[in-house]
Design a protein around this ligand. Structure first.
Ligand code: FAD
Length: 357
């Protein structure tokens, strides 16, 4: 009954109630009767940097966009603290504040922001249709998908509490804050090896912790890792706990357990990067759009265009390489510009066809 993120899943609760009481038909009829139909020229699913950038450009092009926010209004930046690499700000800014500003800007130019989560989509043709968890129906002549990708976490004690206070899931984002300090990376795939190599730009003491005795990453990356003088690998170790006080200095170390001997011990570190992969939020689209082996939406290279004309994807949901707020915002802008052009071309063709009749 609990969703992966630890939230109570409303649909699961309703299923249990329906099973026990048989009230589902009444609830469904009531919900359909109460459902509101929202139409727009541009429907955007997701309220991170990609979704709000698409909204700002879409609104300024006169498309009166609707943004459906989802379970994480503002997206991933709302779970971090310091952001130092988003252009335009001399001083460190806070992730949640940046996202409030993006939303305010999008609303200021005419975006409608809806508190709802899309539970199904119909991409068979324009207008594209999405149904919210509320029962509301959303339609857009063009659709922008900006549902992001969530970093996977270990789920051990201290990880959540020390998030942004020594525990991170993004070396490109936060590595700079640990200049000259000992840092650790947890994982054994490409992401972990890339994060460890990246962190050597800031630290001369990087430890990769892996629970097995070999890495899953590409051989070429492993060669670079093993050849690097500032990286040590700890094999057969799993993290049992992140140690430290979120109110006083943050992370101080990790409690590890040897997966072979069972021995437990602490190591000291002020920065730990969990690098066990990302999960793109594409479950909704898997039967209607092409996804790659990692579950990311496949787009025409260098564009946000999916294989369905009028459906665009932007931000982390289609980008497993860069995964930054500024790149998400950039592709969000591209998606809105392409959506506007697609709508205009379609209208032109419809007018021509009418004139020819
Ligand atoms: C801890 C952490 C720190 C980071 N720090 C930085 C940093 O300092 N600088 C930087 O540039 N980047 C940073 N990043 C990366 C950055 O946050 C992401 O690259 C960026 O947020 C991606 O934007 P996005 O809009 O593609 O997706 P997201 O920000 O992931 O937003 C996805 C949106 O889609 C919505 N959604 C998902 N499913 C549905 C649905 N079914 N219906 C409706 N809505 C839905 C969610 O609610 C959310 O609003 C950090 C990431 C993390 C995890």
């Amino acid at each position: 009954m609990r969703a992966a993120a630890g939230r109570v899943n409303a649909a699961a609760v309703r299923n249990v109630i329906a099973g026990a009481t048989g009230v589902r038909p009444i609830y469904t009829v009531w919900r359909r009767a109460m459902a509101t139909h929202h139409t727009s020229r541009l429907l955007i699913i997701g309220s991170g940097p990609a979704g709000f950038s698409a909204a700002i450009y879409g609104a300024r092009a006169g498309l009166k966009p609707i943004v459906v926010q989802g379970l994480q209004p503002g997206g991933q930046l709302t779970i971090t603290t310091d952001v130092e690499n988003y252009p335009g700000f001399r001083d460190v800014i806070q992730g949640p504040w940046l996202m409030e500003e993006m939303q305010a800007q999008a609303e200021h130019v005419g975006t409608r922001v809806m508190w709802d989560t899309i539970v199904s989509v119909d991409l068979s043709g324009s207008p594209f249709r999405a149904i919210g968890d509320s029962g509301d129906i959303y339609e857009g002549e063009a659709l922008v998908i900006a549902t992001g990708a969530q970093a996977k976490w270990l789920g051990v004690p201290g990880e959540h509490e020390l998030g942004g206070k020594g525990v991170s899931a993004c070396a490109t984002c936060d590595g700079f804050f640990y200049r000259g300090k000992k840092v650790v990376v947890i994982g054994g795939g490409n992401t972990a090896v890339e994060e460890a190599l990246y962190l050597t730009n800031h630290s001369s003491d990087v430890t990769l912790i892996h629970r097995r005795d070999s890495l899953r990453s590409e051989k070429i990356l492993q060669q670079r890792l093993f050849a690097h003088p500032n990286i040590t690998v700890m094999w057969n170790k799993k993290v049992e706990k992140f140690l430290g006080d979120p109110q006083a200095g943050g992370l101080t170390g990790l409690l590890l357990r040897d997966t072979i001997s069972g021995e437990a011990y602490d190591i000291l570190t002020e920065g730990a990067f969990v690098a066990i992969g990302h999960a793109p939020a594409t479950e909704l689209f898997k039967d209607q759009l092409e996804l790659d082996e990692g579950g990311y939406i496949v787009v025409e290279p260098g564009t946000p265009k999916t294989a369905i004309p009028g459906v665009f994807a932007c931000g982390d949901v289609m980008d497993q390489v860069y995964r930054q707020a500024v790149t998400a915002a950039g592709t969000g802008c591209m998606a809105a510009l392409d959506a506007e052009r697609w709508i205009a071309e379609r209208e032109f063709k419809q007018h021509q066809a009418l004139a020819a009749e």
